[in-house]
Design a protein around this ligand. Structure first.
Ligand code: OOB
Length: 546
C-alpha cells in the first residue's frame, strides 16, 4: 500500500487531480455542488411522481416507480456478480433502456461506468480496459451488423482484469456470458455498504482527443449533477418536458447537456430514438409529444428536407439543440422558420465547459454564436500562442476552469503540463472569438484533431496505426473541408513498393481493431512529406493541399 504522505485536497485521488480546496469550497458554498448523488435521481422522482413516465424505449415504458425498482434490482444483481464501489466497468450500448438501467445501477454501487461508443472496436476497447483495469464489460448482442459478443470474449481473454461480460439480448453460444435479463429477475439481498461521496469519481468519459493518445475524463457526482442541472434550468425543463435522445446515449451531449440526466432531474420523460434518421425521430416526436431534442450539424439538412417533404406534426417541439461541431450560420437561420422551434447552439466538451445560447437570446446571437458558459463561475480566457489573454473580439485559444471542468485526466499525470496551465486552466485547443456578451464563436482549432461531423478523430492515433502497415513509411492525417460533414479525413502517405489505396487502408485498420469511422476518407500518396523549420511534418501545408 502506498503510504507516502500526500498534500492532496480532500476528494483528490492519486488517479486524478481534484479541484484545489479553495475552489471546492467556493463551488459548494455557491450551491453548485450539492450532496445529491447521481444514483439518487430516480429515487427522488419515484417519491415525488411515482406514476409519471420516466423512460420510453420503443413499446417499453417505465414510470419513475418502475425505473427506481429496476435500478435497485439491477444494482443488487451487479453486486452479486462482484462489482464494488470504485470498480470500473466499460459500458458500450446503443440507445436502449438497458443503458439507463445499468448506468443508474452502477451509480448506486459507486461503480464507475466508462462511456464507450457503439462504433468502438478492439483497439479502442482494449486500450480502455488497460487504462482503467475495468472489471466488467457491458455489450449488446449485435448492433449495426457487428457481433459484440465475440469482441467481448476476445477482450476478456486478452485483458486479465475484465472478469465479467454482460450481454443485452441473446448470449448465443457463449454460455459463460451474463444475460442482462438475469439481472432484472431480482432475489438478491440489499448489498448495504457505504454509498459513494459526492466528490467521488462517478463516470469516465472519452476525451474527444486533444493532441496525443486517447484520454479519459474523470467526472464526479457533484460536478456532473451540476452540469445537468444548470443545462436543464437554462432549457427550462420541468415535469412536462419530453427529451428525445437521438445522438448516441453515451455521448456527454446526450447524457447531461441537459439530455437524459437533466430531464430525469427535472421529472420529465426520456424517449430513446433507435437511430438518428429524421423519419424515426419525427414519428417519435409526434407520438410522444417531444419538447426538446439534440442533433449534430450534419443531421440538420436531412431534418429540414424530411420536414418539408413529409410534413410531420412538430408542434410539440420547443427546442432543437445543435452542437458537437460548427453549425454553419445559413443552416442555423433555417431551423426556426422551417421547424417551428427555437434553435439552441451547444458548444461542449467531455472535459467540462458547456456553452449554450439562451432561449431568449436575440436571433442573431442564436444563429451566429455557439453560446456562452452555463455557470457564472465558468472562467474563460482567450489567449495568444504565448498564453497571454486577448481582448474581446480577437481570435485565440480558449482556456477554461470552473465547477464542472476537470483539472487533469484520469491516470495521466504526464499530460498535466501540456493540457493545463499552472493555475488550473484547461487548454481546449479550440480557437474562438468572444463577444462582449460573453458568447463565443468557434472559428478553428490548434489541436491535432479532426471533427468529422461531430465525431472526433485523434490524428496521432490513426497515424500510429497507419505506420504499422508494412509499406507505409510516413503518415499524416489532416482534415479537408466537406459540405456534408464539415470535415473529412485525408491521409497523406509516403510508401515503399506499391502504395495501398483507401480500401486497403480501411481494411488494414479494421483488421487492427480500429473503429470504422476513423478510416481515412481519402488517401493521397506523396513522394515526401513537407517539413517545418524544426523538421516536423508540416500539417498546414498538407491541409492546404487537401
Ligand atoms: C462535444 O464533446 P467532445 O468531447 O466530443 O468534443 C469537444 C470538442 C470541442 O473542444 C470542439 O472542438 C468541438 O468538439 N465542438 C464544437 C462544438 N461543440 C463541440 N465545435 C464547434 N461548434 C460547436 N458547437 O462535442 C460536446 C459535448 C457536450 C455537448 C455538446 C458537444
Amino acid at each position: 500500500m502506498d503510504r507516502t504522505p500526500s498534500r492532496r485536497a480532500p476528494g483528490d485521488s492519486p488517479e486524478w487531480p481534484g479541484w484545489p480546496p479553495e475552489a471546492a469550497l467556493r463551488y459548494r458554498s455557491a450551491g453548485y455542488w450539492g450532496d445529491e448523488l447521481l444514483g439518487d435521481i430516480p429515487r427522488r422522482q419515484a417519491t415525488l411522481r411515482p406514476g409519471a413516465t420516466a423512460l420510453v424505449d420503443g413499446g417499453r415504458r417505465w414510470t419513475y416507480a418502475a425505473l427506481e425498482d429496476e435500478v435497485t434490482t439491477v444494482a443488487r444483481a451487479l453486486h452479486g456478480l462482484g462489482l464494488r464501489r470504485g470498480d470500473r466497468v466499460i459500458v458500450q450500448l446503443p440507445n436502449v433502456a438497458e443503458f439507463v438501467l445499468t448506468w443508474f445501477a452502477l451509480q448506486r454501487l459507486g461503480t464507475v461506468p466508462i462511456h464507450a461508443m457503439p462504433g468502438h472496436r478492439r483497439s479502442e476497447i482494449s486500450r480502455l480496459a488497460r487504462q482503467t483495469d475495468a472489471v466488467a464489460y457491458v455489450v449488446p448482442d449485435r448492433h449495426a451488423r457487428f457481433d459484440h459478443r465475440s469482441l467481448a470474449v476476445e477482450i476478456r481473454e486478452a485483458e486479465n482484469a475484465v472478469r465479467r461480460v454482460i450481454v443485452v439480448g441473446d448470449v448465443g453460444d457463449h454460455a459463460d456470458l451474463v444475460p442482462f435479463e438475469d439481472l432484472r429477475r431480482g432475489g438478491q439481498a440489499d448489498p448495504g455498504g457505504k454509498p459513494p461521496a459526492p466528490g467521488d469519481l462517478a463516470l469516465l468519459l472519452l476525451s474527444g482527443g486533444t493532441t496525443g493518445s486517447p484520454k479519459l475524463v474523470p467526472r464526479t457526482h457533484q460536478d456532473y449533477a451540476y452540469n445537468a442541472r444548470a443545462a436543464a434550468e437554462i432549457c427550462r425543463l420541468g415535469p412536462d418536458s419530453v427529451y428525445l435522445a437521438v445522438l448516441p446515449i453515451a455521448f456527454n451531449f446526450t447524457m447531461s447537456c441537459p439530455g437524459i440526466l437533466g430531464t430525469l432531474h427535472a421529472g420529465g420523460t426520456v424517449v430513446l430514438a433507435p437511430n438518428p434518421s429524421p423519419a424515426s425521430a419525427f414519428e417519435l416526436i409526434e407520438r410522444e409529444r417531444v419538447t426538446i431534442t439534440a442533433v449534430n450539424p450534419p443531421l440538420v439538412p436531412h431534418w429540414l428536407t424530411e420536414a418539408r417533404d413529409s410534413r410531420p406534426d412538430l408542434t410539440s417541439l420547443r427546442v432543437l439543440q445543435v452542437g458537437a461541431a460548427r453549425l454553419p450560420d445559413e443552416s442555423a437561420r433555417r431551423i426556426g422558420p422551417e421547424l417551428g422551434c427555437r434553435l439552441q447552439q451547444v458548444f461542449g466538451m467531455a472535459e467540462g465547459l458547456l456553452n449554450l445560447t439562451r432561449l431568449d437570446d436575440p436571433d442573431e446571437l442564436i444563429c451566429t454564436t455557439q453560446g456562452r458558459p452555463v455557470s457564472p463561475d465558468d472562467e474563460v480566457l482567450v489567449t495568444d500562442p504565448d498564453g497571454r489573454p486577448l481582448p474581446d473580439g480577437d481570435v485565440g485559444e480558449l482556456l477554461t476552469r470552473g465547477p464542472y471542468t476537470l483539472r487533469g485526466y484520469y491516470r495521466s499525470p504526464r499530460h498535466a503540463h501540456t493540457h493545463f496551465t499552472e493555475d488550473g486552466y484547461y487548454r481546449t485547443g479550440d480557437l474562438v472569438r468572444r463577444l462582449p456578451s460573453g458568447h463565443l464563436r468557434v472559428v478553428g482549432r490548434v489541436k491535432d484533431q479532426i471533427n468529422r461531423g461531430g465525431e472526433k478523430i485523434d490524428a496521432t492515433e490513426v497515424e500510429e496505426h497507419l505506420l504499422a502497415h508494412p509499406r507505409i513509411v510516413s503518415a499524416a492525417l489532416v482534415a479537408s473541408p466537406d459540405p456534408e460533414l464539415g470535415e473529412r479525413t485525408v491521409a497523406f502517405l509516403v510508401c515503399t513498393g506499391s502504395p495501398p489505396g483507401a480500401r486497403e487502408v480501411a481494411a488494414f485498420l479494421r483488421e487492427r481493431g480500429l473503429a470504422a469511422y476513423k478510416a481515412p476518407d481519402r488517401v493521397r500518396i506523396v513522394q515526401e512529406m513537407p517539413l517545418t523549420a524544426v523538421g516536423k511534418i508540416d500539417k498546414r501545408a498538407l491541409t492546404a493541399l487537401a
